[in-house]
Design a protein around this ligand. Sequence first.
Ligand code: AMP
Ligand code: MG
Length: 328
Amino acid sequence: MRSPPVSPPATRTEFAGATMGGPWSVKFPAAPPDATLERRVADELARLDGDLSLWRPESALSQFNRQTSTDWTPVPADVARAVAIAREISEMSGGAFDVTIAPAVDLWGFGPAASPAREGRPPADAEVAAAIARVDYRQLDVREDPPALRKRRPDVRIDLGAIGKGYAADRVAAILDQAGANDSLIAVGGELRARGRAADGRPWRVGVETPVPDVRRVLLAVELPSGTGLSTSGDYRNFLDVAGHRLSHEIDPRTARPIPAARGPALVSVIHESNARADAWATALFVLGPDEGYALAIKLNLAALFVTRGDGKFETRMTPGFEKCLAQ
Ligand code: AMP
Ligand code: MG
């Protein structure tokens, strides 16, 4: 047998895989302490994907969406927990975040259902009006013990796409905590979570990307404090061109219409102790936009960055909490 051209590294310092339609990874500055850790992280992410995904017809979420009962329906604890956090951010954001957004997401072609919007044809006003009537987080009750959800109208459907990856990053952190693997950088899709320090003894350094499609360049670097997560919502990775307008996959629940690129920010990033909340807030502040969103971030003491398209260049505006985390 021929030996490989280079010897493998003595210790593995990165776990990686795929979940929720994207990659995940955990980086360690040195070898992780526990040989079974990678398996446990991968299993937890697979389990969460199976519970929270809209793209899997058999997920707990898809099953709940299909049924039309208005009685309490038992769901996995993680679904109830994620919905409870979603509800908290819905209330705090005045409905800019809304976990019942699924009908509007489908209508505009960003969900699993087929939609003419994907071929560039916008939905009719009557269809948009029908979606507005169905989207309202107050039509969904959540109970955590025992975990259950209740629809107030039979056609309520939920979408955890704006909070699920952040929630998963929090769950991975909990597993690493139990294992005593304190120094690590978790990534679930674009959701990042820092624990402890990097190999150079400094906080983990991560980049916020330039909001340009198909370009991977760092716009600004952040030193993520231990125990916090960074989440980014943008219009430059997932968008549709409909009737000559670029539409983001971030949808305003009040109008059931996507935020047009011409009006919205290019990206919003949030740093928060809870990744689920960082994820949900990035989406909520994107929907609120650089003026209303910034004012709310200041009022609630959120660490938030808004990047907007100015005259041929990007303009950045950040709250003091975010500025504190910029890499020197
Ligand atoms: P994110 O990338 O975290 O901002 O999540 C975007 C995804 O969240 C979209 O693809 C939709 O599935 C969903 N979504 C869009 N608009 C909203 C909203 N206003 N509130 C909650 N979820 C949303
Ligand atoms: Mg989000």
